[in-house]
Design a protein around this ligand. Sequence first.
Ligand SMILES: C[S@@+](CC[C@H](N)C(=O)[O-])C[C@H]1O[C@@H](n2cnc3c(N)ncnc32)[C@H](O)[C@@H]1O
Length: 253
Amino acid sequence: MSFNKKSKLEEIKKHYKDYTHTYLEVVNSAIQSHRSANEELMLNYYFNTMGIKSGMKLLDAGCGICGPAIHFAKKADIKIDAINLSDTQIEITKEKIKNSKLENKINALCGDYHSLKKYYQENSFDIVYFLESYGHCLNHKQLLASAVSVLKRGGLLYIKDYFKKDLAEMKQVNRLAKLMNKKYAYNLPCLYNTMSILRKLNMEIIKIGKPEFEDDGGIMSAEFSDKSNLKLFKEGEEMFSYADIFEIIVRKT
Ligand SMILES: C[S@@+](CC[C@H](N)C(=O)[O-])C[C@H]1O[C@@H](n2cnc3c(N)ncnc32)[C@H](O)[C@@H]1O
């Protein structure tokens, strides 16, 4: 691993060590910025859109405190492996899984999702999902190849995240993307680069589009940036939309 990647991973860990408690003051259990006012509605949307069914084996890549995984495991007879770089969050996750009596359904571990083959068997998952976790990725080719390798043939890869906008004013987009990356230990991805990698991995495209649930208009995200002081816009500065939210659904052929 390069020195640069190692230090970037440390920045991500630090972000969640410093801010997990603030995130949890604002959200119920899913640490996502683009969200519905009613968290259950959003999680049910993911459940239905991914087509989660009893008997399936899922991988939650970048699981937060397993808010989504716990919700899914309560709704169907499934097994979920969950991986998270943040030891702070894994500690909370283990407690939550135990309190929900879901130890036989969810197995959470602390690790780096860029190297999934190190932790999991190849061709073993029906669904691999990234819920606002892909945006932290430091090597998209490595991560996507790694996710595809652990998917079964016919299995689904689901990514929901922010992607950098393409506008005439790219200078402004790039400035804000850089600021967001710094404040949130992010690495705002490019849609075309992501799709190009997935196509080279022979993935069949099922959908690229906006998630089809009503969002809260950014209320909770604004509440978090107020509480944490991680604001991107100064007092009185006009807001500028520099990223789009997409869900990408592809199938392993
Ligand atoms: C915005 S949170 C989303 C959490 C979760 N998916 C949810 O919906 O509640 C991003 C998550 O990705 C995790 N993450 C970031 N980089 C990672 C990596 N290299 N390996 C594993 N997890 C990672 C973070 O620790 C954090 O839990």
